[in-house]
Design a protein around this ligand. Structure first.
Ligand code: SGN
Ligand code: CA
Length: 525
């Protein structure tokens, strides 16, 4: 195998010949022999960093993720991985294009992705890669740049989901995380061109709202108490208006019936409901029987308890977290299937495997679920990667990376030229040896859905450095500033604190510079 690091490390006569060859030529030679690295992109929807045991945190012990952790143990964990716009479709568009939302044109869920534009799968395909995508897509136009694809319509369904395929729409019996993995493994096993290197995106719907666990995990965590975050009853006194105006609390926004599955025991009542149709209404009789056996007794006990106030919030938190973590268990199990397949089929040596999520998620921190804000819980996203021969096992990468970097990273791995107009930077140098890699010093963020949209999070943009964060809610004309070293949970904005005047000024300057460098239109403010 000629990986970048092995190439540099090669010794002896072969090395002398190889060293005379520039890196790209070496890769081109490797390409001819079919040895360019394969890429597997494993991706979840709304999987919080705080719900991955490799990241530690309060859930690591009660709800471990052994297979995701396996990638981190055999490779690297990115401790400081972020997004550019914490919402589903926009994150996916950023990954495909290596461009911020204002340039790839997909700012909000509901926008339509212009599939004719440059994307990394198209560039890989052109360079001789065999490409495929299965699962959640959420870009509203059909995938381009893939030799095979089957994607969920919109948000997709958990049970007996529909898939859009090049031949039309089909309904598949089973649970969505298993089916997406089945399709991916079938492609790897039977459909891909074994003469070519491959790039496959395996993109789960889970653990997205309404958190419907699979049939095998309906009673998992039944007897476990999920630890609460210490900000569950935050009253936002240290934050600005946006935190008060949001509509994403467990207390007021989370619905007891739809989200927490305290459904009427007579499903007829729900039959006309859109929610019922896309969830319980899709199940077979047998699936419903298992579901009812798991939920109805617990629901009866809940109703009898007549909980109110903080007790009710606590109960909803437990139900929410258990369902969320049950969904994650099935994602993790399915990761294990992919890792085992790679190991058993002699692919491990020459395959780079990533695991990530479109963004992180609030797991009760600040009383919330959902994402969108530039605060840490939703600005961050998990990222682990394994690449034998290049990444040392057990590597921890501290450098700031963003999903904006994915496209160029994949191209770099494949030895394909990175287009000038892409706005990220390859993560390969960080993976090879962080001590010699150039570090990013600041990151730009911009969220566009805004007031009146689902969850009512006001539009904002901002900048984060290793230590500080400045956020501007531009329709509220309100700034917030946090010292993440002193206040990692962002409980007190220091914008008005004179002691930080110098840092605020610096970050404003940096924000202006980033907006200019990234070509943000002046009217997007
Ligand atoms: C749905 C969810 C929201 C979620 C958005 C976006 N409501 O509208 O809670 O924020 O999707 O999610 S639901 O009741 O329909 O589940 S995203 O992952 O696609 O960005
Ligand atoms: Ca999402």
């Amino acid at each position: 195998m000629i990986s970048r690091r092995n190439f540099l490390k090669t010794t002896g006569a072969a090395a002398t010949a190889a060293m005379a060859m520039p890196f790209n030529e070496a890769l081109a030679a490797a390409a001819k022999s079919g040895k360019r690295p394969n890429i597997i992109w494993l991706y979840a929807d709304d999987h919080a960093q705080n719900a991955i045991s490799a990241y530690g945190g309060r859930l690591a012990e009660v709800a471990p993720t052994p297979n995701i952790d396996r990638i981190a143990k055999e490779g690297a964990i990115f401790k400081n991985s972020f997004v550019t716009n914490s919402i589903c479709g926009p994150c996916r568009a950023v990954i495909l294009t290596g461009l911020h939302s204002h340039l790839n044109g997909f700012r909000k869920n509901g926008d339509h992705f212009d599939g004719d534009q440059q994307t990394f799968p198209k560039l890989l395909q052109k360079a001789g890669y065999n490409t495929a995508v299965y699962g959640k897509w959420h870009l509203h136009t059909n995938p381009q740049g893939f030799d095979d694809w089957e994607v969920l319509p919109g948000q997709g369904h958990y049970y007996n989901p529909d898939f859009i395929t090049p031949e039309g729409r089909i309904k598949e019996p089973g649970y969505v995380s298993d089916l997406i993995t089945d399709k991916a493994l079938d492609w790897l096993d039977n459909k891909r061109d074994a003469e070519k290197p491959f790039m496959i995106m395996i993109q789960h719907k889970a653990p997205h709202r309404e958190w419907e666990p699979g049939p095998e995990h309906l009673t998992l965590f039944d007897d476990v108490e999920i630890p609460e975050p210490d900000t569950l009853f935050d009253d936002y006194t240290g934050r600005g208006k946006a935190a008060h105006l949001q509509d994403m609390t467990i207390d007021k926004t989370m619905k007891l019936d739809h989200d927490n599955k305290v459904w009427d025991e007579d499903p007829d009542k729900y039959k006309k409901d859109g929610f019922w149709k896309r969830t319980y209404g899709r199940m077979t009789e047998a699936q419903r029987k298992d579901w009812d056996a798991a939920y109805l007794p617990r629901n009866r006990a809940f109703k009898e308890a007549n909980l109110v106030g903080e007790d009710l919030v606590r109960w909803k938190y437990q139900r929410y977290m258990k369902d969320y973590l049950r969904c994650i268990r099935s994602v993790d199990d399915n990761m294990g299937r992919v890792l085992d397949y790679v190991d058993k089929n002699g692919l491990a040596e020459n395959t780079v495997i990533f695991y990530s999520s479109d963004q992180s998620f609030y797991l009760g921190e600040h009383g919330w679920f959902d994402k969108r804000f530039m605060y840490e819980e939703s600005f961050r996203t998990p990222l682990v990667a394994k690449w034998p021969g290049v990444i040392d096992a057990g590597t921890e990468i501290q450098g700031l990376v963003q999903n904006l970097d994915c496209a160029q990273t994949f191209l770099d791995i494949a030895g394909v030229e990175q287009p000038e107009n892409m706005q990220g930077r390859s993560m390969v140098p960080l993976m090879e040896d962080e001590s010699t890699a150039e570090q990013r010093t600041s990151m730009y963020y911009h969220y566009y859905e805004g007031e009146g949209q689902v969850h009512n999070v006001y539009v904002h943009y901002g900048v984060r450095t290793e230590r500080y964060k400045l956020i501007y809610y531009y329709t509220l004309d309100e700034w917030e500033f946090y010292d993440l070293q002193e206040d990692p949970r962002e409980m007190q904005s220091q914008y008005e604190n004179k002691d930080y005047a110098g840092q605020v000024k610096e970050l404003k300057k940096e924000l202006k510079k980033l907006r200019k460098d990234y070509k943000v239109p002046a009217d997007e403010a």
